[in-house]
Write a protein that binds this ligand. Structure first.
Ligand code: FVH
Length: 272
């Protein structure tokens, strides 16, 4: 990835697997990076790459204009940011810690009161992917700050701004992950089902993968059914979809497998 951002002073708070990858991407991009981690040993490896190590979170949080926070959870974020809120006025915080949408909005309330520009982010990548072509990160919140720092944030992967509502990035994030887990659950259930016929999950994977890839390309065409339902003519009737799901449910029951997955799918897709 090429990135021509002017060198910025950036602090990274949290050097777990993901925070370390983010700090490395910033250093590789030529930025002046201060890092802090609760367990100091994790920061040492980054010194050789050019990072400066802060001795406290407060020091790191006041050492730069752009603050990247990537710790375990919302409680850890608050533990370190709220005590120094008064010293963060005018700075931009990009919180890449996974939170719920409501936690992100709640952080927005203290940030507004403190004069901090807050951007919430959802990372759609694992640490090894950071800075590579497949990685993307969802952002929401302070749009002007996002525009200002976009080229820095693009060092992590493609930067997708999804709205000024601070909860938006987290909501897109959990929705995408929900799609992934629904697919995994259906594969695990299907694997158990085909094994009752002498088949294998490995063979199912071979056959299911290209079919699901093709089905994924229909999501955009289905979106108006959710966004503007009054104008949408669905290609398959609810009766057809309900009957198809009932057939899967019956096949699961006949093979001695659980059926709760399909009841939920049916209620979501056809409302009953
Ligand atoms: N790793 C991934 O694939 C996912 C991709 C999607 C986004 N997540 C989220 O990123 C956050 C950090 O994840 P991580 O992979 O870096 O997690 P760990 O390697 O377990 O590191 C956790 C760091 O959090 C620090 N920490 C925990 N509690 C506190 C606290 N109370 N105060 C300060 N820091 C805290 C921990 O410090 P230490 O244990 O080394 O002292 C690590 O730096 C996370 O929200 C994922 O959901 C990653």
């Amino acid at each position: 990835m090429t990135n021509q951002a002017a060198a910025q002073r950036v602090s990274v708070i949290g050097l777990g697997a993901m925070g370390t990858a983010l700090a490395k991407a910033l250093l590789a991009g030529g930025h002046e990076v201060t890092v802090w981690n609760r367990t100091p040993a994790r920061a040492e490896a980054l010194v050789a790459d050019g990072a400066r190590v802060a001795t406290s979170s407060a020091e790191a949080l006041t050492a730069a204009d752009l603050l990247i926070v990537c710790v375990l959870d919302d409680a850890a974020v608050r533990e370190h940011l709220e005590p120094v809120a008064a010293r963060l006025r005018g700075r931009t915080v990009v919180n890449l810690t996974t939170t719920t949408p409501e936690q992100a909005r709640s952080s927005g309330r203290w940030a507004r009161a403190a004069g901090v520009e807050l951007i919430d982010g959802g990372i759609m990548a694992i640490p090894d992917m950071i800075g590579g072509p497949g990685a993307f990160v969802l952002y929401s919140g302070a749009g002007a700050a996002f525009a200002r720092y976009r080229s820095v944030l693009e060092l992590f992967g493609a930067a997708e701004f999804v709205g000024e509502d601070l909860g938006a990035a987290a909501m897109y994030d959990v929705s995408i992950l929900g799609g992934m887990y629904a697919m995994f659950a259906a594969f695990h259930q299907g694997g158990a089902m085909v094994r009752t016929t002498g088949g294998t999950a490995a063979r199912l994977a071979e056959l299911m993968t290209p079919f699901l890839q093709a089905m994924a390309t229909t999501l955009t065409a289905q979106a108006p059914g959710i966004d503007t339902p009054a104008e949408y003519v669905q290609p398959q009737s609810d009766e057809f979809t309900a009957a198809a799901i009932d057939l899967i449910d019956k096949s699961a029951a006949e093979s001695g497998n659980p059926t709760e997955l399909y009841g939920g799918l049916r209620r979501t897709l056809v409302g009953r």
